[in-house]
Design a binder for this molecule. Structure first.
Ligand SMILES: [Zn+2]
Length: 270
């Protein structure tokens, strides 16, 4: 495998490479997908007990990338967004195309790591692997609002975040994802400090919406939960305007994904 020379004479030797279904960066779907990281046998001791981790940071070398641009539009996310400096983006375009990807470790087999959410093309040199620790978690970070343009990408993004927070696929998760899409279309960014919500219903829906909105019970108080096994309704409020979404009777885990927003929810505005 090729060494990477640094201008002071140092070299970086890749520790492995990615096996994925994509040949070019343009083919890689937003958020990546399943892939295998093959680690060279001489580095196998460095994998000792790596299976204790559910998530890993992978540093890799995106050698196909453009290296001369310092500002780009994150066009894979949304080509309508304005340009931003590459140090504020995860774009592969940058002076040194060192990629940083958080992946889910699914399985370890010898020197092979089976991972989910990797966005590297086939054959990408892997430079390093580090664990994702509890201390990495920032519950309420300030980040720019870069909503994907396509509906299915916004839905995928919310479902990925909801699953990371709630850790199971269930009716509450699907309802929370669909509701977040309706509310984002109406009020904009759902993590906005001005957006408050009161969830009445089951704990799964409440938990998913707390994860997606980052709304806390206090400091500032944006989130209220009222347990109710008979109905599911959420009141969303921003700048004196309210939107109440009530889940229609009869919606269940088998029908939820195929229904339109209007079939899923009664929507009232105040
Ligand atoms: Zn659940």
């Amino acid at each position: 495998m090729t060494e990477l020379s640094i201008s002071d004479g140092s070299v970086i030797r890749p520790i492995g490479y990615a096996e994925s279904c994509w040949r070019t960066t343009g083919e890689v779907p937003l958020g990546g997908q399943a892939a295998v990281v093959h680690i060279m046998p001489e580095y196998q001791p460095a994998l000792s007990r790596i299976g204790d981790n559910s998530h890993l940071w992978i540093l890799s070398w995106f050698g196909q990338s453009e290296r001369s641009l310092l500002e780009v539009v994150p066009s894979k996310v949304n080509p309508d967004l304005p340009k931003r400096g590459v140090f504020g983006l995860r774009s592969a375009v940058r002076p040194n195309p060192i990629a940083l990807t958080l992946v889910k470790l699914e399985k370890v087999a010898g020197c092979d790591l089976y991972v989910g959410g990797f966005d590297a093309v086939d054959g990408t040199p892997v430079l390093d692997i580090k664990p994702y620790f509890e201390s990495d978690i920032v519950f309420s970070p300030k980040t720019p609002y870069l909503p994907p343009r396509e509906y299915q990408n916004r839905e995928m993004m919310f479902r990925k975040q909801a699953l990371a927070h709630h850790c199971e696929s269930c009716l509450g998760l699907e309802l929370g994802v669909k509701m977040a899409l309706v509310v984002e279309a109406h009020f904009g960014q759902i993590q906005s400090p001005e957006l408050k919500l009161t969830v009445e219903g089951d704990a799964c829906l409440a938990d998913v919406l707390q994860g997606l909105t980052r709304a806390r019970l206090a400091n500032p108080a944006r989130f209220t939960y009222l347990s109710n096994q008979r109905c599911k309704a959420v009141r969303w409020t921003k700048a004196g305007e309210s939107l109440v979404l009530s889940v229609r009777p009869g919606v269940d885990i088998n029908t939820v994904t195929g229904l339109t927003h209007e079939e899923l929810f009664d929507i009232e505005r105040f």
